[in-house]
Design a protein around this ligand. Structure first.
Ligand SMILES: Nc1ncnc2c1ncn2[C@@H]1O[C@H](COP(=O)(O)OP(=O)(O)OP(=O)(O)O)[C@@H](O)[C@H]1O
Length: 599
């Protein structure tokens, strides 16, 4: 019976506490409705198994599922399954398969989908699948959704013919080669994050195949160059060693101490040995500067500078260092980038370095070694918006007033708008927009930091640390869209208006939809003045009307349904329309006129 088969499925699952309703006292389906959690019924028959967000792992018992004759949809999204591709391809009647956001790994055999002629939707995003995208996908006549972003698929995209895509993404994999013509009308975001993929809608390939002769010539030239460079490096290295031995031996300074305490595999060495170790590496101490217009310094000078730790997140640690007779700078040490290659990292830094906007903090220099990636920026005097919003009251310092908060919001929106224009190939051009990544200049102009990093951060860890992966679309459907940064913007504005820390509202566990936005929505507008707006903002004459306007805009940015959410352009336009003071507007009336806000 269906009951026995499903109980067998349950038995093979670990962490199955959420399935307590699966027991012999009821049947899974009766008279059209389901008695068992996660079972979808139609006319008393099991047509779907939807076990999402339950922390499940173990084995998916395909042999039992195979015997459910009416099974059409299967979802194990947002769980903790590991291991190889489950043999669900034996379930020939399936119309949809959802396995996104697990830890499945390994290759999916190329013939896997053969014969699954009813299959319309396949969601595999954010696992760790490797190898090629199975060619049998191209043979599925009804396929309209294929989500495979955020894996480690490599090789070329197979040739799809006449599929009418409702949703397609192979973004953030290791795919390469030319995108098949049949997919060239899809948006850039469907393919971004694959460094070696080319052809429309991405940049054209221009790939003239080099002749054998030119390859041989190139190899010879490279070999000669390597020998010459090696000899030069050796000489310089020896010279520096001698110089360094005398200059570095002195008492170690703040940054080297901080690094010695904190730097990954070097953590157990003393600060002195960090310094001398680096000095032995000679040329490896060189930082790559983005622009030529500033005085250069190298890693050794950084290690000698007096330094203090500014903070250490999951993603990076940041040190403030004052160079002797030089500027005060911040060295950010990335923790989650060990998958990125040198070329990729350099190209990315150069790309970020080309950006130029008054609301973006520009990189000054970077440093790459396989086990160490550093980014140097200027120190920004007023620190982060996070500290200003949440840390100042305890110090007895005045908080930010409403006009300044509005100025900050407008600056953030402009910075983000620029990122969207100048990094169009990224699905989430910022990716980690939050208050600790907004710094404030002396005139309280906001500067965005940590932007554009999605392509170089380790995918599997990025999911735990970057704000885009807390969005409703990611938690529910495992996808990131061009509007995901807008959601982050909305939450950030709510944080600025309420003075509340968004992370406190995110429930533990995947799939939760509770956020600062849901809390604000739970408060009636009449209570906003007392219950929602940060009392620390202080009263501005008639400011509440404008505050309410901004609050409504931010709620529209946080709309859970991506289609209803404002896009970035709309959001920025509306934000720029909010005035610092508005003598006529009153927030109750302005709220009443806008019925769709609480959708
Ligand atoms: N250039 C800078 N000038 C002044 N303060 C900075 C600068 N860069 C970073 N900070 C501050 O240093 C602290 C640590 O920053 P860091 O980016 O390392 O971690 P985080 O932003 O708190 O968390 P995460 O690792 O998730 O990004 C933060 O409060 C940040 O605002």
């Amino acid at each position: 019976s269906d009951s026995a088969l499903l109980l067998q499925v349950k038995e093979n699952l670990q962490n199955n506490d959420a399935l307590s309703s699966w027991n012999t006292s009821t049947s899974p389906c009766s008279d059209g409705h389901a008695n068992w959690r996660g079972i979808l019924c139609y006319q008393g028959k099991v047509w779907g198994v939807k076990l999402e967000n339950m922390g499940l792992k173990g084995v998916i018992d395909v042999d039992s599922l195979k015997q459910l004759p009416y099974l059409r949809t299967l979802s194990f999204m947002n769980n903790d399954f590991e291991g190889e591709w489950p043999e669900i391809s034996q379930l020939l009647g399936l119309k949809s398969i959802y396995l996104s956001n697990n830890k499945f790994s390994g290759e999916i055999p190329s013939q896997t989908f053969e014969g699954m002629q009813w299959l319309k939707k396949i969601h595999l995003s954010n696992n760790q699948f490797t190898g090629s995208l199975p060619t049998s996908l191209t043979l599925l006549p009804r396929l309209i959704e294929l989500r495979s972003e955020g894996n480690k698929f490599s090789g070329q995209i197979p040739y799809f013919r006449d599929h009418k895509w409702k949703s397609f993404s192979v973004a953030n994999n290791h795919l390469q080669g030319e995108i098949p013509k049949s997919l060239s009308k899809l948006p850039v975001s469907s393919f971004s994050g694959n460094e070696r993929l080319c052809g429309s809608p991405l940049e054209s390939c221009h790939s003239k195949k080099p002749s054998i002769v030119s390859i041989i010539v190139a190899v010879v030239v490279v070999c000669v160059a390597v020998i010459v460079i090696g000899a030069v490096i050796f000489i310089l290295h020896r010279r520096r060693q001698r110089e360094a031995a005398s200059s570095v031996e002195g008492p170690s300074s703040g940054l080297s101490k901080g690094r010695a305490k904190d730097l990954g595999d070097e953590s157990r060495r003393s600060s002195r040995s960090v310094s001398s170790n680096h000095s032995r590496r000679g040329d490896h101490m060189k930082l790559s500067f983005i622009k030529d217009d500033r005085e250069k310094f190298d890693l050794q000078e950084l290690l000698r500078a007096s330094a203090e730790i500014l903070g250490s997140g999951c993603f990076s640690s940041s040190y403030k260092a004052s160079l002797l007779n030089g500027p005060t700078i911040v060295v950010k040490r990335f923790k989650q980038m060990n998958n990125v290659g040198k070329e990729e990292f350099q190209e990315h830094m150069r790309r970020v370095g080309r950006l130029n906007h008054p609301n973006l903090l520009p990189p000054v220099a970077y440093y790459y070694r396989r086990e160490e990636k550093l980014l140097v920026t200027d120190y920004v005097k007023n620190g982060s918006l996070a500290v200003r919003l949440h840390g100042y009251q305890s110090l007895g310092e005045p908080s930010l007033d409403w006009p300044i908060r509005l100025k900050i919001v407008k600056g953030i929106a402009k910075g983000l708008e620029y990122l969207y224009k100048d990094m169009p190939s990224l699905i989430a051009p910022h990716g980690n927009l939050k208050s600790s990544n907004v710094l404030l200049t002396e005139s309280f102009e906001p500067l965005l930091t940590d932007y554009g990093l999605v392509p170089v951060i380790n995918q599997e860890l990025a999911q735990d640390i970057m704000v885009i992966y807390k969005s409703p679309e990611y938690l529910q459907h495992g996808r990131i869209t061009k509007k995901t940064d807008v959601w982050c913007l909305g939450i950030l504005i709510l944080e600025i208006l309420t003075g509340k820390f968004p992370a406190n509202f995110l429930q533990q566990g995947k799939g939760s939809e509770v956020s600062l936005a849901t809390w604000v929505q739970s408060v009636v507008p009449e209570e906003w003045t007392n219950a929602v707006f940060d009392q620390e903002m202080g009263a501005t004459k008639n400011g509440e009307g404008e505050m309410a306007k901004l609050l409504k805009i931010s709620l529209s940015c946080c709309e859970g349904d991506v289609d209803k959410r404002l896009d970035l352009k709309e959001a920025v336009e509306k934000i720029q329309e909010v005035k610092e003071r508005d003598q006529e507007d009153d927030y109750y009336t302005s709220y009443a006129s806008d019925g769709d806000v609480k959708s």
